[in-house]
Each structure stands twice: as C-alpha cells, then as structure tokens.
Design a protein around this ligand. Structure first.
Ligand code: UT7
Length: 332
C-alpha cells in the first residue's frame, strides 16, 4: 500500500556506508566446483563475481564497519543514535538481535535496537520502519543496516542457487531534514507464496538435528522462475505506486535503485515502468544478490559515483521472500 508524505515533517537519509568481504568469488572459480559456465551465469543473471566472507566471519562483522561509515558520514557518533534496525535473514545468532551486537560495538547506549526479517526487501522495509519511528517524533536519529552472510546458507553443490548470492552490508542514517527527504513509500506482503523462496531448517519447525542436516534443510530453496516473474511485476507496480502517491512521473526520476538479483529482472522493471536503463543503478555484476544488503550497498555506490545528486528524485525498490516488496521515493 502506497503512503504519501506526511507534509508536516520530512525525514531524509543523511549518511551512507557499506562493507563487503575482500574475498572475490568469480564465475570462473564456480565453473570448477559445479556444472555451470561463466557464459550461462553472465547471460542469465548479469553476475560476474560476488564477495564471500572468510570462515568464522559473521553478519555483524560486515554490519559494524558499514554502520561506522554511515554514522561518520552523517557527522554523528554512536552515542547520538536512538534507533538501530538491522535487516537480515542471516543474523549472527537466533538471539540476541544483530542490532544489539552492532549497538555494543558502536557504543550507541541510547539506541533502541531490533532486527527486521523481510529477506531481500529488508533494506526498504527497515528504511520505511525507521521513517515511521522518526515521523512519530519520539526518535530523532536512526541507523538502518541491511547485512547478510548468505554464503553460510547456500548449498554450494546446487548450481541453480549457488551462483546467485553474495555477502555484504549497507547502512544509512536517517534524521528529520529541512528539505527533500522521503516523499512516499509503498510496502506489500503475500504469505500465500511463502514456499517459493525459503530456508526450512534452523527455526522452531525444523530445529537443528543430525536429520535436518542430512536432509539439507539448512540451505535456501528457491523456485527461481516463479520468483522472477513476480519480482518484475511487484517491483514495477511498487515504483508506479510511489510515483503516483507523490504526484510524480517516471520521467522525473533521476535514478532507480532496484534490488540487485538479476540484470534481466532490472531490465524488465525498467521496460515496464518506462525508465531507460541509464536511469537504473546496477552493481549485480560485482556482488550478486546480497539480499537485505542489496539496496543499501547500491545506494552507497550510487552516491559515491555521483549518480545521485542533491535534489534528485530517487527510488529504492525491492522484492523478496515472504513474499515481500516495497519502494521508497525520496528527494536526495
Ligand atoms: O532476490 C529475490 C529472490 N531471487 C530472485 O529474484 C531470483 C529470481 N530468478 C532468477 O533470477 C532466475 O530464474 C534464475 C537465474 C534463478 C534462473 O534463470 P532462468 O532463466 O529462469 O533459468 P531456468 O531456471 O529456467 O533454467 C534454465 C536451464 C535449466 O536447464 P534445463 O532444465 O533447461 O535443461 C537449468 O537446469 O538452466 C539450467 N541451469 C543452469 N545451467 C548452468 C540452472 N542453473 C544453472 C547454472 N549453470 N548455474
């Protein structure tokens, strides 16, 4: 459902950061471990390489440096934050939340912290959640992080999924602003399609056991074709919904920052919304699908590369397991 701006108050993104592991896993390396080819991966997905953590590294190890950079670029310190939301499907532990672990490292003593589970829509859902908290007026400085170490949940013998995903973290700081900021948001969910993309093991339904490991329940499972079809429609509809809510036209958009799952999905969304590919930000070639981290890593790079400038109309749009989808339209 699309929600237009509450005119009395503007909330903006005032700092961004990202962190990816230094280890690069190329398509050529995957050719040596599963029956695939660089050519298949590039033409079907647009991915050339992805980043993978070293053994022993956890999601917070990526989230913390991304967060530090975002907080610093906002001109703030950890102690200034009053809200930390970490969007992730691969938390360090079942509990406590990864957000609390980030809080500890940042010394953000005043912050309220929790994790948010919305799979690949995590960054967008967390930004919209923080937006509502800040609009309420009780919270003034929010840190939003999308972070994943999905490589630990990938069946590295399954060519249909192992070529797609990568590890990483993106972060942003949100505060009230005098001008610009978020103009409209849209979110949706459809639990009837929950079995199109899921990881059955590790939760209360199939807790870890010898049997659950033998049955490979701790790896993600995906109906790629169906997700593809729904992602194109869901993301295009969501972009159109926020534009309509804010009374803007597609041609007014300087940059669309879509969830980075597959270049063909991004191309199809561009076509459906009438946006030229030059307006679509793409980095799926270098990181693959980093799930909840994807939109925030892309936002950081778009800002770094000067693809988005002060005053530009920008949309973040995502789609993921759940199903979940959403958009944030903002003036940068
Ligand atoms: O983040 C949100 C969640 N995820 C997504 O949005 C992903 C959405 N889905 C996709 O991106 C695409 O559906 C995939 C990239 C997963 C698959 O692309 P596709 O064009 O839909 O291929 P397909 O699944 O229809 O498979 C085509 C063929 C099959 O062989 P047969 O049955 O035609 O003989 C697959 O077995 O390609 C085969 N295949 C591969 N071949 C080489 C599947 N994976 C690979 C591979 N290397 N890695």
């Amino acid at each position: 459902m699309a929600r237009p701006l509450a005119l009395s108050k503007r909330i903006g993104i005032v700092g961004v950061g990202m962190q990816v592991p230094s280890k690069v896993l190329t398509n050529q390396e995957l050719e040596r471990t599963v029956e695939t080819s660089d050519e298949w991966i590039r033409t079907r997905t647009g991915i050339r390489e992805r980043r993978i953590v070293e053994p022993g590294m956890a999601t917070s190890d990526l989230a913390v440096p991304a967060a530090r950079q975002a907080v610093k670029s906002a001109g703030l310190h950890g102690k200034d934050l009053d809200l930390i939301i970490v969007a992730t499907t691969s938390p360090d532990m079942m509990f406590p939340s990864t957000a609390c672990l980030v809080q500890r490292e940042l010394g953000a003593k005043s912050a309220v912290c929790f994790d948010l589970s919305a799979a690949c829509s995590g960054s967008v859902f967390a930004i919209i959640t923080a937006w509502h908290y800040l609009l309420g007026g009780q919270y003034k400085r929010a840190l939003v992080i999308g972070a994943e170490v999905l490589s630990n949940y990938i069946d590295w013998t399954d060519r249909s999924t192992c070529v797609l995903f990568g590890d990483g973290a993106g972060a942003c700081v949100m505060t009230p602003v005098a001008r610009g900021g978020i103009l409209a948001t849209d979110m949706g969910s459809d639990g009837t399609a929950a079995d199109l993309l899921y990881m059955p093991g590790g939760g209360s339904k199939y807790p870890p056991s010898h049997a659950s490991v033998d049955q490979r329940l701790h790896f993600l499972r995906m109906n790629g074709g169906e997700i593809f079809r729904l992602a194109v429609r869901g993301m295009a509809d969501s972009v159109q919904a926020v534009l309509k809510a804010a009374h803007r036209k597609p041609e007014q958009l300087e940059c669309c920052i879509p969830h980075q799952a597959n270049i063909r999905i991004i191309e199809a969304v561009a076509k459906r919304t009438g946006l030229p590919m030059e307006r679509m930000f793409v980095n799926v070639d270098r990181y693959g699908n980093t799930s909840a981290a994807s939109n925030l890593i892309a936002l950081y790079e778009a800002a770094q590369e000067g693809r988005i400038q002060h005053g530009d109309l920008v949309v973040l749009v995502a789609f993921g397991a759940g199903l979940t989808w959403g958009s944030v339209l903002l003036e940068w």
